[in-house]
Design a protein around this ligand. Sequence first.
Ligand code: ADE
Length: 220
Amino acid sequence: MKFFILSIFPDMFQSPFSEGVIKRAREKELVEIELIDIRDFTLTKHRQVDDYPYGGGCGMILKPEPIYLAMDFVKEKVKDIWTIILTPKGEIFHQEIAKNLAKKENIALICGRYEGFDERIRYLADMELSIGRYILSGGEIAAMVIVDAVTRLVPDVIENPKSLEEETFCNGDWIEYPQYTRPYEFRGMKVPDILLSGNHKKIREWRMKMAKRRKDEKYI
Ligand code: ADE
């Protein structure tokens, strides 16, 4: 699978994409990430990516030409691509969307900036995604979130697929139970004895009960 990320701040991605699961997925060539600097596709001497809004108003708007030219460049490389723009008011990203995206071969993520982008940029997109109802200073962090969540679902990226199975949804709800590792006792807090019992059926029942309790308590 290949991600193309269109941004005016491609350097923002260097560290998050060079650590942990994403780093290993790239090394194993299971996932490829190409960072595309929108500024490289500007046509003006000053490499201007934004401009004043028609009709007045505050702030600057991302211009359509550099983003269209960058997408032309991407589409010359791959014929089939799923294009996503990141905006605060897009569809809220969640695990089911991540699962569907993990089946795509090529994904382009267009990161917005400033006060918004020219409406015509929307016509490039198959999908508009948000990572939550708050305003970030741009789509870059949202793109990182999406790349991370999708990459770990690409086959063979996570070596122990059991850990993916455990992250189950039940009736649309996240199931997560308390987990412990050594030491058995830490600052007076002990591991529940059931987990040391070796009785797998009882352990599973306890985990389900605790997961349900967590959900009811709205911890998650
Ligand atoms: N760009 C700015 N805020 C955003 C958000 N919450 N999600 C996705 N893209 C954004």
